[in-house]
Design a protein around this ligand. Sequence first.
Ligand code: NDP
Ligand code: 2IT
Length: 445
Amino acid sequence: MDARLEAIRDTVLARNPGEAEFHQAVTEVFESLGPVHDRHPEFLEGAVLERLCEPERQIIFRVPWVDDAGRFQINRGFRVEFNSALGPFKGGLRFHPSVNLGIVKFLGFEQIFKNALTGMPIGGGKGGSDFDPRGRSDAEIMRFCQSFMTELYRHIGEYTDVPAGDIGVGGREIGYLFGQYKRITNRYESGVLTGKGISWGGSLVRPEATGYGTVIFAEEMLKTRGRSFDGQRVVVSGSGNVAINAIAKAQSLGATVVACSDSSGYVVDEAGIDVALLRQIKEVERGRLKDYAARRPAVTYVDGGSVWDLDATVALPCATQNELDGGAAARLVRNGLLAVGEGANMPSTREAVAVFQDAGILFGPGKAANAGGVATSALEMQQNASRDSWSFAHTEERLTEIMVGIHDRCAATADEYGDPGNYVLGANIGGFVKVADAMLAQGLI
Ligand code: NDP
Ligand code: 2IT
């Protein structure tokens, strides 16, 4: 890492002790930014990096709620409003027992660059709670969401901060959150949340957008080597919103997705994952992958283990951070891997990324490859602002244009900085320069 940047990075780490994922995300971005600072000394003079690493505002709050047995439960809520240089803070809410401030900050930090890459007018933020939705009834989820919003509403708004979904937060939760926001504020402010239901201000394609976008990005990478998804053997991790829609899109392009996982285990389905059955089990029944294996002949269920023990030509990690380590990366590379598209945020460890890059694997980092979700959220905001709703075909066309545009800008930036094919460099520099220019133009904020 450039020595000037390393000194700033070390200060950031010391000021934010114990936040391992935030440290990792900051380090990974700083490693790309040395050459930009050679060309743009004004970024150092303007303390852009110091400002970027300090969120504009961080909110931590108590979320009290009552479970079905009548017991009082207390969780912790977070919203980190990281950077609003390009637009209102924008980013998802994650409900998962692992959520803590460091995780929310890593996600919010990544979101700044991701959102910049989309070309849409959105800043970066993230939030969530250590609430565990697993096994909770609809009524419990509703009461939790209502309590969460009873504090969050003061901090958000269509021109301020616009949350959406992430792990553990989908259409059901956005519905309960929106209902409570409307009730407290007495405003039908559609643009305050994205991922809404289609009949009450949501956008077609938003549910599919992250997974579809990840595959569109990976397809563009494959094209640079004269390949495509057609005929590829794909392994996907996760079986939530991003994974399911990545599987659907990859198979529509002629790939066979032979496996996917949840936090309990994975299924191997050599005939290709049955997306309709997977949706039924995961989206309708909120069941487990074990149930998928039970209902489909010739499918193997592996309890525990890692889906990255399987061979693939394309790997799409779509579950969570640091799920694919250096050892797994090396094994995949030895067994014929061509490309990786990160549907999740930071799913590959820094060691894994190094293994992929050293081996010349096409590697699409999350902040570029999974930007289709937030980009379509911005399209939802656009529709809300104009009180309009677009067709599926039109919205999907916009998503495709945006993803191809992100791919091409990352590739062009990597070329410009002398490292062709390095999408990590291209994404980090491309996102950073846009935000840094806006921050300088807006004065010391
Ligand atoms: P979902 O909650 O719909 O699905 C998450 C999936 O990942 C589930 O299969 C879950 O398994 C698995 N998973 C989650 N945490 C862990 C863990 N600690 N260990 C093992 N498996 C885990 O979330 P999404 O699909 O929305 O999100 C997946 C990833 O994509 C996240 O990294 C998220 O930040 C990222 N992302 C999401 C976007 C969106 O629009 N939703 C946009 C861009 C990125 P189980 O059910 O067993 O917990
Ligand atoms: O990580 C992400 O980009 C998301 N979870 C989606 C954020 C959004 O505002 O749609």
